[in-house]
Design a protein around this ligand. Structure first.
Ligand code: NOJ
Length: 558
């Protein structure tokens, strides 16, 4: 049955609602475009590529952190929340970038990292120079050790491996208190029960909003509120997932929502209100709490980054996330790749038996990567994602069909995961390699100097200059898909069409259908005008058109 006769709800897109169905392009600034030839991408590099992004057809740019940072964690160790890393430019460069983006009709979202600062932040330096119990230490989580001081105050683990506590030593070598860091030791956690911390982040939200920023991506949003009452309770083992009653001492505590209610008041001081999207790795049913209109307004749904290329999994994820978004009043978000996960063209090209997370984090060095399958499936999944109601987050380079770079030499790896796991896990550098723009320039047009992570020779096949001239390239597919998405997208609902369990088929408004065949065998192609397909669609002589395996087709069904 093709129930195009369902009457979807019209949702008017006022400017304040621009984010609801936006395509947001994630820029990892140090690896996007290098304008000054130092091997690191920068803000002026982003400005220089605004025309590219406008032509691609995205609605907004989200910049991962570009703030001053010692780069202990790719910039997620922020030394000053209200400045630009001098290696990446100046505030004036930032203003120029925002003006260029706005001039091209693109919104700008910046990353805010409230769970932890860098150990180079002036507050942490003050804390180190101050005595235990001082106000400077009260901005962070300092505690005495157990058993006379030598044992960490709790068993809490760092997300990057090892303990979440590091012990300080006085200049004369005497050991003293421990401080908490849920990530690297260079990322001390703030104590969000401290009003000074709360006020300072509100000042940061206003600082960037006053400069014209349209929204914020909130790092580790579920981590800010902690149960610091002693004795410190053990955290729940990650493997079993977080409890759904807010009782974990570290993550997804109910008090965190008071913080975001305060933030919403600040975001609503602006016209249009500034948007925010939570990075919250919490139980599915708790994600929508962060997305309430009285809080951040939207939350990431990362489930597609963990899903197999499987129709039942995709369908369940889509259905449940649309329901959850509807509950909170937000629109859903969709993510296939970002700066923390192995690129989806690689994930889909690995044997199905490959063990998910453990393997992915190890860097995806499997010799069994089947590139043709990976890319075919990635293109199909991307088109499916771009047909869904809600916001689609596209990670830089996925529009080129890039694979993970799996062979970065060990001595060039930068991710703290690599160091903290004593070289057990490679970490995330493989998706952060500087982009290939142009095959006729050094560093594939990224910049004039050797890039901060090495680019593989095969990047030449996927450079923008190559793909631009190829009507069948992944870049051409994304451009056409995004142009069509703008034209066709109305309303925020879909109607399922159940005709084949190997196929995920849904209808949006006005007869726009998206049909994805997840199997390797051809399936029946529903009748309609083919608007776009992720791979070749052929009609055998005298026969009906077929939907090839691992392909998405957008149709107009009258
Ligand atoms: C999530 C970010 O996406 C990741 O890159 C970072 O390492 C952690 N938060 C810590 O800030």
């Amino acid at each position: 049955m093709t129930d195009t006769d369902a009457t979807p709800t019209e949702v008017p897109v006022a400017d304040a609602d621009w984010w609801r169905q936006a395509t947001v392009y994630q820029v990892y600034p140090r690896s996007f475009a290098d304008s000054d030839g130092d091997g690191l991408g920068d803000i002026a590099g982003v400005t220089s590529r605004v025309p590219y992004l406008a032509q691609l057809g995205v609605d907004a740019i989200w910049l991962s952190p570009f703030y001053p940072s010692e780069l202990a964690d790719g910039g997620y160790d922020v030394a000053d929340y209200r400045d630009v890393d001098p290696r990446l430019g100046t505030l004036a460069d930032f203003d120029d970038m925002v003006a260029a983006a706005h001039g091209a009709g693109l919104k700008v979202i910046v990353d805010i990292v409230p769970n932890h600062t860098s150990d180079q932040h002036v507050w942490f330096r003050e804390a180190l120079a101050s005595e235990p119990g001082s106000p400077a230490r009260a901005r962070y989580v300092f505690r005495d050790g157990l058993d006379g001081g030598a044992t960490p105050p709790s068993t809490w683990p760092s997300n990057f491996g090892g303990s979440a506590w590091t012990r300080l030593t006085r200049p004369d070598g005497t050991p003293e208190q421990w401080y908490l860091h849920l990530f690297a030791p260079e990322q001390p956690d703030l104590d969000w029960s401290n009003p000074e911390v709360r006020d300072d982040f509100k000042a940061t939200l206003r600082f960037w909003s006053d400069r014209g920023v349209d929204g914020f991506r909130v790092d580790v949003a579920h981590g800010l509120a902690k149960d610091l009452v002693e004795p410190l309770r053990d955290a729940n083992p990650k493997d079993f997932g977080l409890p759904t009653d807010g009782s974990d001492p570290l993550y997804d505590r109910d008090e965190v929502h008071e913080i975001f209610q305060e933030w919403r008041e600040v975001l609503d001081e602006y016209d249009p209100p500034r948007t925010a999207v939570a990075e919250a790795w919490v139980a599915r049913e708790r994600v929508s709490l962060y997305a309430r209109p009285t809080e951040l307004g939207q939350a990431f749904n990362f489930e597609l980054t963990r899903a197999e290329f499987d129709p039942a999994e995709f369908r369940t994820i889509i259905e449940s996330n649309l329901e959850l978004a509807a509950e909170s009043g937000a629109s859903s978000t969709w993510v296939l790749s970002n700066h923390d996960v192995v690129r989806h063209a690689t994930r889909y090209g690995l044997p199905a038996t490959t063990d998910g997370d453990a393997f992915l984090l190890s860097g995806g060095t499997s010799p069994e990567l089947d590139r043709a399958t990976g890319l075919r499936r990635a293109r199909a999944a991307s088109m499916l994602m771009l047909a869904l109601p809600g916001s689609a987050y596209v990670y830089q380079g996925e529009e080129l069909g890039l694979f993970e770079v799996a062979d970065i030499p060990d001595d060039q790896l930068q991710d703290p995961v690599w160091i903290r796991t004593e070289h057990g896990l490679k970490g995330r550098d493989g998706c952060r390699v500087p982009l290939p723009w142009d095959t006729s320039s050094p560093a594939f047009g990224f910049g004039t100097h050797e890039p901060h992570l090495p680019q593989p020779a095969w990047f030449a096949d996927s450079a923008v200059s190559v793909e631009e001239g190829d009507a069948d390239s992944t870049l051409s597919l994304y451009r056409r898909a995004l142009a069509l998405r703008h034209q066709l997208q109305r309303g925020e609902d879909l109607t399922w069409v159940d005709d084949d369990p190997a196929v995920v088929h849904f209808a949006r408004h006005d007869g726009w259908h998206s049909v994805t065949n997840f199997s390797t065998e051809a399936a029946a192609l529903p009748e309609g005008e083919v608007l776009l397909s992720s791979g070749p669609v052929e009609t055998p002589a005298g026969g009906a058109a077929q939907l090839p395996g691992e392909t998405t087709v957008w149709l107009r069904v009258r």
